[in-house]
Design a protein around this ligand. Structure first.
Ligand code: UDP
Length: 382
């Protein structure tokens, strides 16, 4: 049993990959720990369903509007950060450590440390590169980490390397992969036909799924462009624009409306029944246009025994060995993605061998017990 008393702090409560990862660790430590959310949202209900103690310490509107990249601009928001930091410092007195699950959560936890709060572990789920984070953002994050974090847990070695390249101290780092319950996939019938029937997808057509929030860097447009050249392929888009990327959604709808794709793109929005939906697909695509910090969807595809086609770079390379446990392709290349799709749909022997190998790896390397053990080691001695 895990006995460390952890105060988990998360700024965001929408269900992105980092928050889904938090669910597993918070559940593992639920007997001794508590989650503090700085905004209200779906994560709260999911934690409560798992019987994790959770409290919302509402951050003010001005803090919600702050992008760390803007240099923590307004004075009002700095006042809010201070106020929250003090509150968290006070609360953390009953805990062994604060686990900060995202960047704003880490900033307030670092301030809490200034006010005598418990030691802070920052769980970094992002690759701190220029593609996504401004220089100011990276400087603030890394400086605070070097000064105030006792450990920095990263979700892949790639995330760790980017942290060091941005000036972070190597000795702070511990790598802990995301964990997954294989049983959630094993208990689902291998052939889910209901969804295909509901969507009117003929039996002899292939269905490729993408399970990501709708966002340019996730690259749904690359999949649609690839599919437009393969008339027998249907596309399932699962996910929503979680962080207000409405313009990108519009762009995707326009691409899907073009004649070559008509009737072949199916939108499901945000869903929780990922194992069922994956089992209804013939392949899963992961088309990130910039290196993916981890890539939960790839492991889920492997557990569902569906071939994963993913873009090279970042944490993806730690999950897929090319042509052994999935297919790796360069980013931003619809032509090569279409070729990879053609191969997994036509070369059935190769595909079934690959999915079996991937399944075996995913079940051991990314099991909940093995990542919880890595987590326990990462916080040992604090
Ligand atoms: N996901 C989900 N519902 C959706 C779309 C995605 O639960 O409608 C899940 C998906 O199964 C995966 C996570 O969201 O577990 C996304 O994690 P990933 O590492 O792929 O990307 P991130 O959102 O962290 O950038």
């Amino acid at each position: 049993m895990n006995t460390k008393k952890i105060l988990f702090v998360s700024y965001t409560a929408v269900l992105g990959g980092g928050e889904l990862c938090l669910l597993d660790f918070a559940q593992a430590y639920r007997d001794s720990s508590e989650v503090l959310l700085l905004t209200d949202g779906a994560l709260k209900n999911r934690l409560e369903d798992l019987e994790v103690k959770v409290k919302v310490l509402q951050a003010s509107r001005s803090l919600a509007d702050v992008k760390v990249s803007s240099g923590l601009a307004s004075l009002k928001s700095i006042g809010d950060l201070w106020r929250l930091g003090k509150q968290i410092a006070q609360k953390s007195k009953d805990f062994d450590l604060i686990h900060a699950n995202n960047q704003k959560g880490f900033v307030v936890s670092a301030i809490a440390r200034l006010f005598g709060g418990a030691p802070v572990v920052w769980h970094l789920h992002d690759i701190l590169t220029a593609d996504i984070f401004s220089p100011t953002n990276r400087r603030i994050a890394v400086t605070l980490a070097n000064w105030f974090a006792t450990r920095v847990i990263v979700n892949s070695q790639a995330t760790g390397e980017a942290f060091i390249a941005a000036g972070g101290k190597r000795q702070l780092l511990r790598t802990v992969y995301n964990g997954f319950s294989g049983e959630k996939f094993d208990c689902i019938d291998d052939r889910q036909t209901t969804l295909r029937e509901e969507l009117g997808i003929p039996r002899d057509r292939n269905l490729i799924g993408m399970f990501s929030r709708l966002s340019y860097w996730k690259g749904q447009h690359i999949l649609l462009e690839a599919a437009s050249t393969l008339p027998d392929v249907h596309v399932l888009l699962v996910g929503d624009a979680l962080f207000g990327e409405a313009e990108y959604t519009e762009k995707l709808k326009n691409i899907a409306a073009q004649e070559s794709l008509q009737g072949r793109v199916h939108w499901l929005g945000f869903r929780q029944d990922i194992p069922q939906l994956m089992k209804a697909c013939d392949a899963i695509a992961h088309c990130s246009t910039a290196p993916e910090p981890f890539g939960r969807v790839i492991v889920e595809a492997q557990l569902a025994k569906r071939p994963a086609i993913a873009t090279i770079g970042g944490g993806t390379n730690e999950i897929i060995e090319n042509r052994i446990t999935g297919l790796l392709i360069p980013p931003n290349d619809p032509r090569l993605l279409a070729e990879a799709m053609r191969e997994v749909f036509s070369n059935r022997d190769f595909t079934s061998q690959m999915v079996e190998t991937a399944y075996g790896q995913a079940k051991t390397k990314f099991s909940i017990p093995s990542v919880c053990m890595a987590f326990e080691m990462a916080i040992a001695g604090i």
